[in-house]
Ligand binder design. Sequence first.
Ligand code: NOJ
Length: 968
Amino acid sequence: MAAAPGRRRPAVLLWAAVCLATALAVDRSNFKTCEQSGFCRRQRGLQPGHSPYRALLESLQLGPDAARLQLVNEVTKVPLLLELWGLQGNVTRIRIKELNPLRPRFEVPDVLVAEPPVERLAVTGRDEGSLELSLGPAGHRLLVTEKPFRMDLLQGRELLCSVNARGLLFFEHLRQRRDSFSDKVSSSVGSLWDKIKTLFHRDTPREPTAEEGGAAEGQEETTGGTEDAGTQSEKPTEATAEAAEEPGSWEETFKTHTDTKPNGPTSVGLDFSLPGFEHVYGIPEHADSLRLRTTEGGDPYRLYNLDVFQYELYNPMALYGSVPLLLAHSARRTLGIFWLNAAETWVDISSNTAGKTLFGKLLDYMQGGGETPQTDVRWMSESGIVDVFLLLGPTPAAVAGQYAALTGTQALPPLFALGYHQSRWNYNDEEDVAAVERGFEEHAVPCDVLWLDIEHADGKRYFTWDPSKFPRPRDMLQRLAAKKRKMVSIVDPHIKVDSGYRVHNELRSRGFYVKTKDGSDYEGWCWPGSAAYPDFTNPEMRAWWASMFAYDQYEGSTENLFTWNDMNEPSVFSGPEVTMHKDAVHHGGWEHRDLHNLYGLYVQMATAEGQIQRSGGQHRPFVLSRAFFAGSQRYGAVWTGDNAAEWEHLKISIPMCLSFGLAGLSFCGSDVGGFFKNPEAELLVRWYQAGAFQPFFRAHAHLDTARREPWLFGEENVALIRAAIRQRYALLPFWYTAFYRSHRHGLPVMRPLWMEYPEDATTFAIDDQYMIDRALLVHPVTEQGARGVQVYLPGKGEVWYDVASLQKHHAPQTLYVPVTMSSVPVFQRGGTVVPRQERVRRSTECMRGDPFTLYVALSPQGTAEGDLFLDDGQSFDYETKARYLHRQFTFAGNTLTASSADPRGSFDTPAWLERVVILGAGKPAAVVLRPADGSETRLDFQHEAETSVLTLRKPGVRIGDDWAIVLR
Ligand code: NOJ
């Protein structure tokens, strides 16, 4: 949340402005449109079909790992280097940079977890104007066409993706600035030089010297360059766009802010055509439908981490985080485009079927005249290089795995973090915290974590406590620990400029702040008033920041205190678009422009590292971050920022979290209840019910809202909220196992239906229901006054069981489910086993060692399988000492078997099996338990004929043991 940028105001006034504004929507004029963003406008000015680029096929060099060849802009003559890799596991990497840049261009560090292993490339064909490369054993071939340059990626005879097929490759090479005098001189000298040059060097690219860079490019329009360039000069091309050097190329003003752009225009862009694809997803964060829309006639989707006050729904405006990963899906395959660039980025999407009705498409198909559906995607970034990974699937799971292999998987959260979190801006003091905690006890509502927002710190000096409101933080934390609860305090990355504040003094004296272009510490206005911004891109600064979480540095902190990093876009109330000036300077001399979208990731990275270090490397961290980038999943949780207590905001939390998940960020949630405004009881209850089935489950509210702890809405509503939260806790073993799987393999925990049913086109545009892992389908109630919901149950020949009634339903079908205020439509997929812990407890820590119940939902074939991951829930021992259990449960041939899913792990737990509920079972004559020692015991059971539910009582075996239960 941010106040309107502009003049400096005391923070109190700022809040007042914020509070007064709560009835208003986003002020769009604070944020740039593409037209107002110089490079976006320049790039969009380049129309398809006029690419000035030629591939110099004769320059091909085939190394042991990569293929390299030159591209040349035939107008400017500036040569680029194209590098191609076939990476193991069906990934193609394409990199384009300047062959001889005036100075280095930014290449994104710290996002890729490893240099991916490469496949051997080979030239498999060549003719006059093209070249064919094979990219490894999967049979992928890349056809490089010389002129205009384009690439087509094929598998067998199938065209998967074309690159620069629309000719939108855009590369603004680094150049010298010309002042108006030298401009004129260089213009006439350059013009002469150009004439000479065209006489002698018609088609040969040259390496521009620093001085020539500007002059050469300034002349092409008048001289015409080469023959082709002559023809092209009538058409809008990148070169003419460059040559014109329109106002804004070297300096750009937005509202009251001027971006000095010392390096001039530096943007890059490229287009990708995806034949056969009509559905594209990803590129969070946007408050939009899961399926991305075409952007023709409107703005492109924008990726630029911004603190957007009261964001609007269903539009492509940028929000707090960015992951430049787009997925395309069809019934035949899934494919991903990962555009590794951390600068401001815009993404245009167009499609040849957009706007056509289903009937229209059908007609096309029947008449045989329809074009192949195709989606075109165009990426535009303000600086850096073109570095793109084509993730070739072919399945949704394969694409998730390919992306995870590049950027890492979701960190395994400590178990408590999957419990319920109670937050508000602010819990006022220690008494308030104690009273809220008591409320949970008295109303028997489970809760793991209480949160403290910015008011807890002494004058917004993070790492400190307000001495009058929180005089004894350690005691407060210990009281919580005694109840097996945790606390999270906020630590934002803007540091109060105050010579009496140790954190500030150290950062300043060590030279760790981001600098202005003139070399002084960059200062802006944020919660504490005047603030400076630690340079998280500097590894030394990050190490220092991490050290601040040591118990003796962060005074009053204890083992059960964790961290919330907010405002890390970074938010600068007084900055352009409420963020940092792009010409601010970071470690290594890089401009903020180059790495803006990475800043938030580094903040979370350094904080998580701090928590790990304070425990001597023993314990897993928990850090919630508002800003993020590709790879942020390795450091903790994210949420959807400042939503509002409105039904539409509840609805959009589903597609938003789904798109986070598709981009690797599994640990996502939205503020339960809505941040701004006061929810009515019905909305609050529905939000708890939905939130209980989203990965990160936290209620949070604005400073100015009425208190809304669960018990403040009357008996009936607290009962409903309690039930929702208890349901969450009962399913924690399932959630934890899903997170473990996501941590291992990169699949999102909360996923769209089409990830599980990739061939079922009905699922492709669904974003009001989703899967948790592969077993539960959830359709939260998000309509006011709902009497029922339409739930689509996918899977030909499959069955689903309503988790509330245990009733069986056949699929595929759209089922009308009547609902009351207590209903949360959730279905367990036939063929799965879901573990639960059903004892009611105050927090996750109290559930340790509790017995388990297995819900075995039989497929029509009478089979089921599922698993359970178990460890101490907090340490890295599962990784470093193999202290874990991964159990496998299989039902087949009327026998349920428990075995080890992974014999490498072992973990001692007293937990035992309390109950087994078999859904879709006939009545057996007898049920026999066979533990590993070979003995046999008869089990008590109960069979409900009406629902075909068989409940086995007290098998009593230990959850870590092997056993079998036979139905006779
Ligand atoms: C903005 C965050 O999005 C919000 O959750 C928080 O309460 C305020 N900042 C105050 O820290």
